[in-house]
Design a protein around this ligand. Structure first.
Ligand code: SF4
Length: 616
């Protein structure tokens, strides 16, 4: 018998069909909050070190946080934890949309999926009723058709589905999980689902999400919405342009990387500014799901030309970077089509676009040739090849077989010095902010637990913008470790409360804490909330240490360390990483020689006993 305030784990072994429920100890909820940090704890405890990410021993943990499914703004989110097939390290990936709140309304807080099914299946959770269903008919379908089929089969339009496409089925290491048109994109959680023959999770719930103090919560929600309304960046800019809002100042500062990071600007840069293309392509401003009053998502439709008919909820800034600037493409219609195809096939747009850009440079340098490409010339700017390249990657066919491996593995296979410009960190393709012009971002990529991801910080976007406002100081290493650490802690907190990072950036610390305490009744102080975030970062670090990670792994591609951008305002700049990493480790309480969290730091966080377990 569960109480309304209990936090519940639903454990499903898709191999044996065994289904169990457990209550999470209240002390664990108080210590690890929910969402990302609670997922960190379960992932660390449940996974043996050294397992193959695509073996039945890997697990998928899908969790929500204390605010998911409530009326607090920006809280329609869930987090997926697993071991990444792309990096072989820790992975947590967050998605917005309707799926997270609906899952919580089934009366569960964490779904743990274990084992591997012999045949394709999907999981259907309707409140307490859980079924593992045959997915023979939907295996092979793209993500949009899969969602429609399951809704129809279940007879309920209220059901929400998170699923994989053909890329996940083929275990492409950067395959995503897609719910509605939202994506848990980075690091290959979709491939882990594919390795389990698990096509989808479908949820429908009728339970009320309880908060500890209704009146206090109502008042906290009011304060949070007031904070958002007072912020002109959210009220105006973000509603108009979403995550593309900063493109123009980022281009002016040379932060947007062009031609696989060879250049810091382009004569055609303006074509990528949302101010240039919004009117032509944006058909509707939408929110990922209520409750949010921002509507940062854009439904884009191409109505004419080669890409006519392409429709996408996006592209976000990162996709404009990866398929646009990085591939030296200024045709936004081509980027919209590539975005839409990646979502349908279930591929991460950053890894896909950056892998294509890497291949373009390999082609131009003679490392690959027309024979490798079925007679095509894969030069920078060839956006006409995007649909074929994306499709071939998702189906692992033709040249897509190589692209599907990601840049690190591609460079290992191709050799000839290509690793110097394979733009990844720890195997994950780097997001679109050039640290040569904003030094704090170097640490985001080099030391981030999941590799070259911008989400190690509260946003490499906001970090870059903050750096740009400091003028020449952005080229200095001074004070950057502290900036990155603070931004990273805030991010972990956002992902644990499960509040959208854009919204959390607009809500004051006081209002955030008010929400958390009214929802949980735990009475956390600001310091305690941030200590939980630090606990998460250290758990993630320990997970990676246990996999063998040491200081030498915290690095960047040679292009960023030894080569300055060929043009733009950051010409002459490289990243001098070692001093930055020293500073960062000291601030984090990690040993400067090894990068391992110190015993003292772990003692402060109540994690000391994990140190020896991580080193054996
Ligand atoms: S700001 Fe955008 S992404 Fe965040 S909750 Fe609102 S609509 Fe969703």
């Amino acid at each position: 018998m569960t109480r309304k305030t209990d936090r519940v784990v639903l454990r499903i072994d898709v191999g044996t069909g065994k289904i169990q429920r457990e209550i999470i100890a209240e002390e664990d909820v108080r210590t690890f909050m929910g969402g990302r940090v609670l997922g960190d704890k379960f992932l660390y405890e449940e996974m043996a070190p050294g397992i193959d990410a695509l073996s039945p021993k890997n697990k998928i943990l899908l969790g929500v946080g204390p605010l998911t499914g409530t009326s607090a703004p920006g809280t329609s989110r869930y987090a997926v934890h697993t071991k990444s097939p792309l990096t072989g390290l820790f992975l947590s990936s967050v998605s917005g949309g309707y799926f997270g709140p609906e899952f919580r309304r089934t009366g569960h807080d964490l779904l743990v999926i274990e084992g591997s099914s012999e045949k394709p299946v999907y999981i259907l959770i309707l409140d307490d009723k859980v079924e593992i269903k045959d997915a023979k008919e939907i295996w092979g379908m793209p993500t949009d058709a899969t969602q429609e089929f399951i809704k129809e089969e279940s007879g309920s339009t209220k059901i929400r589905v998170a699923c994989i496409g053909p890329a996940g089925e083929r275990q492409i290491p950067y395959a995503s999980i897609v719910n509605e048109r939202r994506v848990a994109g980075r690091g290959g959680a979709g491939a882990v689902m594919g390795s389990k023959n698990l096509k989808a999770m479908a949820v429908g719930g009728s339970k009320q999400v309880e908060v500890a103090d209704h009146e206090a919560f109502k008042s906290a929600v009011k304060h949070a919405f007031q904070d958002i309304s007072k912020n002109p960046r959210m009220r105006e800019g973000f509603t108009l342009y979403g995550s593309n809002l900063g493109t123009s100042p980022l281009v002016a500062g040379g932060i947007v990387p062009w031609r696989n990071w060879q250049n810091g600007t382009s004569a055609e840069a303006k074509e990528l500014f949302p101010e240039t293309w919004r009117k032509k392509f944006v058909k509707k401003d939408v929110r990922c799901a209520p409750p949010c009053n921002v509507k940062c998502s854009k439904i884009n439709l191409v109505t004419e030309g080669r890409h006519a008919g392409a429709i996408s909820e996006g592209p976000d800034y990162e996709t404009v970077y990866s398929f646009g600037a990085c591939c030296d493409v200024s045709d936004i219609a081509a980027v919209i089509e590539a975005d839409s195809l990646c979502d349908r096939y279930g591929l991460d747009t950053i890894s896909m676009g950056v892998s294509i850009a890497f291949a373009m440079e390999c082609y131009e340098k003679g490392i690959i040739n027309r024979d490798d490409l079925g007679g095509e010339e894969l030069r920078f700017g060839r956006s006409d090849l995007f649909p074929k390249l994306v499709r071939d990657t998702a189906y692992r066919q033709g040249f897509g077989e190589l692209l599907s491996m990601g840049t690190k593995r591609m460079a290992q296979i191709l050799g000839k010095g290509s690793d110097a410009f394979a733009m990844h960190a720890k195997g994950m393709e780097i997001a679109g902010y050039d640290p040569r012009g904003a030094k704090s971002v170097a640490l985001v990529y080099a030391c981030g637990p999941r590799g070259g991801c911008h989400k190690t910080s509260a946003g490499a976007n906001s970090l870059s913008m903050a750096e740009l406002r400091t003028g020449e100081a952005r080229f200095s290493n001074q004070g950057k470790a502290a900036l990155t650490k603070a931004s990273g802690d805030k991010r972990v907190l956002s992902d644990s409360m499960m509040m959208c990072v854009f919204v959390h950036g607009s809500v004051s610390n006081e209002a955030s804490l008010e929400l958390l305490n009214a929802a949980t009744g735990f009475g956390w102080s600001q310091e305690e909330a941030y200590a939980i975030a630090e606990r998460g970062s250290n758990l993630e670090r320990l997970f990676n240490v246990r996999e063998g990670l040491r200081r030498s792994w915290d690095t960047l591609p040679a292009r960023l360390l030894c080569e300055s951008p060929g043009n733009g305002p950051n010409k002459g700049q490289v990243v001098e990483l070692e001093g930055l990493v020293d500073d960062y480790y000291r601030i984090c309480g990690w040993d400067v020689e090894t990068g391992i969290p110190t015993r003292e730091k772990l003692r402060q966080l109540g994690l000391e006993e994990l140190l020896d377990r991580s080193l054996t």
